[in-house]
Ligand binder design. Structure first.
Ligand SMILES: NC(=O)c1ccc[n+]([C@@H]2O[C@H](COP(=O)([O-])OP(=O)(O)OC[C@H]3O[C@@H](n4cnc5c(N)ncnc54)[C@H](O)[C@@H]3O)[C@@H](O)[C@H]2O)c1
Length: 257
C-alpha cells in the first residue's frame, strides 16, 4: 500500500509508520509533520520505503503540498492517515479567537484539505481514509471545549465523506483514542497519582498505548475492513462505558417497588 501519514514524527502517527513498515508487503509511506527532526528520525529507521514532507497543517495549502510530495515518492495513494492534532485548554469563556482558529485549522480543516487533495488518487486506487478523532468528540471534556468540539466536527466530516465518496469506492473512517500514553500526554501521565486516577476509570485497567490505536488504524486501512465505511472505532479500554460516578454497588437510592 502507498500511505500518507500526518503527525508521523511522534506518538500514534509514528506507531502507524513503524508498524506498517514491520508488516509483510512492500508498503511505501509519505510521512509528514511540522517537526522535521522527529520526522527524519522515524523515516531514517524505516529506510527508503519512507519519504518525508515537512508541512504545517494550519496552512491552507497543506493538502496540495502533502499530496504532491506523496505522488513524487509513490506515484499514487492507497490510503491516508490524517492523524495530527493539537490539544489546548481553558474554560471556553477565557478562550480567544486565535486559538479557536488554530485548533479548528489543525484538528478539523486540515483533514478536509488533505482529503480534497487526495480524492482523485484515492478514487483511482479505491483507497481508504482514516482520521484520528478522540473520545472527547463524543464526551464533553472539562477545559477542552475547543478540542472536543473540533474533534466532534471531524467525526461528522468523515461520516459525510463516507457518504459522498462511497460511490467512488473510497472508505472513510475514524478512530477515537481514549487516554493514551504518548508525547502529547506524557507530562500528565508521568505523575503517578494522576495516572492511577485515570487508570481506575478504565475497565481494562491501563492507559492505551500508541500501538493500540495504530492497530485500529491499520485495520481500517486494510482490505479486512473492505466493507466498513463511516464508522468510528473507540480505542479507550472501555472508559466511555464507565463515566457514571463510582458509587459502589448502587446509587444509594431505594429500589422502586
Ligand atoms: N494521546 C491521547 O491521549 C489522545 C487521545 C485522543 C485523541 N488523540 C489524538 O491522536 C492524534 C495523535 O496524537 P498523539 O497523542 O500521537 O500526539 P503527539 O503530540 O505525540 O503527536 C502529534 C503530532 O502532530 C504533529 N503536529 C501538531 N500540529 C501540527 C501542525 N500544525 N502541522 C503538522 N504537524 C503537526 C506534532 O508535531 C506531532 O508530531 C491527535 O489528533 C490527538 O488529538 C490523542
Amino acid at each position: 500500500m502507498r500511505i500518507i501519514i500526518t503527525g508521523a514524527a511522534s506518538g500514534i502517527g509514528r506507531a502507524v509508520a513503524e508498524m506498517l513498515a514491520a508488516e509483510p508487503g512492500a508498503h511505501q509511506m509519505l510521512l509528514t509533520d511540522r517537526d522535521g527532526e522527529g520526522l527524519a528520525q522515524v523515516a531514517g529507521a524505516i529506510g527508503p520505503a519512507a519519504a518525508t514532507c515537512v508541512a504545517d497543517l494550519s496552512s491552507a495549502d497543506c493538502g496540495d503540498v502533502i499530496v504532491a510530495a506523496a505522488l513524487a515518492h509513490m506515484g499514487g495513494v492507497d490510503g491516508v492517515v490524517s492523524n495530527a492534532g493539537i490539544i489546548a485548554g481553558a474554560p471556553l469563556v477565557d478562550q480567544t479567537v486565535d486559538l479557536f482558529d488554530r485548533i479548528y485549522a489543525i484538528n478539523t480543516r486540515a483533514t478536509w484539505l488533505l482529503a480534497k487533495a487526495a480524492h482523485p488518487h484515492l478514487a483511482a486506487s479505491r483507497g481508504a481514509f482514516v482520521a484520528t478523532a478522540s473520545m472527547s468528540a463524543t464526551q464533553p471534556t472539562p477545559g477542552l471545549g475547543f478540542y472536543s468540539s473540533s474533534k466532534a466536527a471531524l467525526l461528522m466530516l468523515i461520516r459525510q465523506l463516507a457518504l459522498e465518496w462511497g460511490p467512488d469506492g473510497i472508505r472513510c473512517n475514524t478512530v477515537s483514542p481514549g487516554p493514551t500514553y504518548t508525547p502529547m500526554t506524557k507530562a500528565g501521565y508521568d505523575d503517578a497519582d494522576r495516572r492511577a486516577q485515570r487508570e481506575a476509570m478504565i475497565p481494562l485497567g491501563k492507559l492505551g498505548m500508541a500501538e493500540d490505536v495504530a492497530d485500529a488504524i491499520l485495520f481500517l486501512l486494510s482490505p479486512r475492513a473492505g466493507h466498513i465505511t463511516g464508522i468510528d472505532i473507540l480505542v479507550d479500554g472501555g472508559m466511555s462505558n464507565n463515566l457514571m460516578p463510582a458509587t459502589g454497588s448502587g446509587t444509594g437510592q431505594k429500589a422502586s417497588k
